[in-house]
Write a protein that binds this ligand. Structure first.
Ligand code: CDP
Ligand code: MG
Length: 198
């Protein structure tokens, strides 16, 4: 077994559009356990720390957007990954602080990749149908770049177990993260469940 914890934020667009319930439902129905949850309007420092402006992050943000433009035969209008990454980060911090968000910790087998799968690709327009981003938004890199704002993609989800640990510690105290027995624990993880009747 590889039980993991992961952090999800329902971003301001997800809350303001009334999709909190729709989003939580998708995590509950796959069998994830909610172990922490709260609504808050982030302080600048938390929003700033949440998106750590590392070389790797700036390059990732730049490369993903550039590849999408090029796959459509369009030229990407930015050439400097630091400039683009810095702009995206500034916009993201402002976006995250603009209105209340819902933060939660989800726990379960391979919770980090499982939640990423349910959330879908970064750009809603190319996120697969059935994913949160794919089903709830038509936003795209060209639209968001032309409006000088980050993508409105409803949800943040940790990318790796290390990122999850950092982010959970950033948004929650240890006391706010709960341990409890869930009815699904047995059905999903107990090898003694569903044995033949003697
Ligand atoms: O959220 P995800 O892990 O899928 O993507 P990321 O590369 O970690 O970027 C974090 C967030 O920055 C995204 O969810 C978008 O809201 C925003 N972003 C953007 O607006 N434009 C980009 N070119 C890249 C990211
Ligand atoms: Mg990310």
């Amino acid at each position: 077994m590889n039980i993991q914890k992961t952090l999800v934020l329902i971003k301001p667009d997800g809350v303001a559009r009334g999709h909190v319930g729709d989003i939580i439902k998708r995590f509950e129905r796959v069998g994830l356990k909610i172990t922490a949850m709260k609504m808050l309007q982030p302080e600048a420092s938390a929003a700033d720390k949440h998106y750590a402006l590392t070389e790797e992050w700036m390059q990732g943000v730049f490369t993903k957007a550039k590849a999408k433009y090029e796959s459509e035969g369009k030229e990407f209008p930015y050439s400097d990954y630091k400039e683009y990454g810095g702009e995206i980060k500034r916009g993201l911090v402002e976006f995250l602080r603009s209105a209340p968000i819902v933060a939660m910790v989800l726990e379960g087998e391979q919770a980090v990749p499982l939640v990423r799968k349910i959330v879908g690709a970064t750009e809603p327009l190319s996120a697969a149908p059935g994913t949160i981003r794919g089903d709830f938004s038509p936003d795209s890199y060209p639209l968001s770049n032309s409006q000088n704002r980050p993508l409105r993609n409803l949800v943040h989800a940790s990318g790796t177990p290390e990122e999850a640990k950092y982010e959970i510690d950033l948004w929650f105290t240890q006391k706010e993260v709960h341990t409890y027995e869930h009815v699904l624990d047995k059905a999903l993880y107990d090898p003694a469940a569903f044995l033949p009747v003697e």
